[in-house]
Design a binder for this molecule. Sequence first.
Ligand SMILES: [Zn+2]
Ligand SMILES: [Zn+2]
Length: 352
Amino acid sequence: MRSFKVCQCGAPLTLIEAATPQPAGAQVLLRVKAAGVCHSDIHIWDGYYELGGGKRLQLLERGIKLPLTMGHEIVGEAVAAGPDAKGVKLGATFLANPWIGCGECTVCKRGDENLCKTPRNLGVFTDGGYSDYVLVPHPRHLFDIGKLTPTQAAPLACSGVTTYSALKKVGPVLKDEPVVIIGAGGLGLMAIALHKAMGGKSVIIVDIDPVKREAAKKAGAMLAVDGKAPDAAKQVQAATNGGAWAVIDFVGASDTARLGVDCLTTKGGKLIIVGLFGGDITMPTPFFPMRAMTIQGSYVGSLTDMKELMELVARTGAPPVPLTERPLEDANAALNELKAGKVVGRIVLTPA
Ligand SMILES: [Zn+2]
Ligand SMILES: [Zn+2]
């Protein structure tokens, strides 16, 4: 097994060769066909999140251990299964749900493994897909990719389920009111596509980059607002008949969260924060009751969200986001390009 591992935060990934693991218990061994390179890999690689005010959250304090094989958007062929892994069709190609909990606690039993306090997320807390093989702890995390190619399916494991879960939190107004999406990067474009597939009314995109705004309009956004414009919130209020009902912040910076709150001049609006750029906001507390406002965080998605997303995509087709295939050996180059902001859509690593 050849794996590209983080051995030291910030240092280039190291190619490490080891014996291919044998699945035990309910584990399933996948031969990796595609592994998406996600922006959150940059945070793991760097080893911290910005918290604003010069503070940082160190990931090693969150229980991440090195050396680690990153890569949480994995599609692979099931090549071996442990004695307790029932009903796995060897030779079939599956998407692996990477958001895996302990499987035992009440949170996991409710189906919210992504919220478990002892996570075993693939490519984050356990070895992931920047490798030619990966172990998945249980067959319940394997999803048939249907007619999709491995490269088309891989981004659904993080980018897809994260945006789907955030859009679900908008609730019934999704079909009646415009949704404001801040950030037209990979997640923003995925959100526009899934919003349409879910029967959403319309999308207003906010981004500071004119190229990304144009891409969002091409993808179907009804309006694109420059996030740096002094009247950005006013433009959104005007386009939403006095205030937005739902804002999804895929950036998560101080400025974007503040803008999100400023767009919610309706009563009963919701800001859903997904992005981990980092920063902080202060809020007048009377806004919460007076505007009946909700601020909610959304972290990846549950097993149910993943199942619903795969059913949605089987019905409506792969979300049309730009995908670039690269050999696994390019893992370092791919991360560097992503960090430099040079990537449009998703890079997907494909082991030979
Ligand atoms: Zn991710
Ligand atoms: Zn649990």
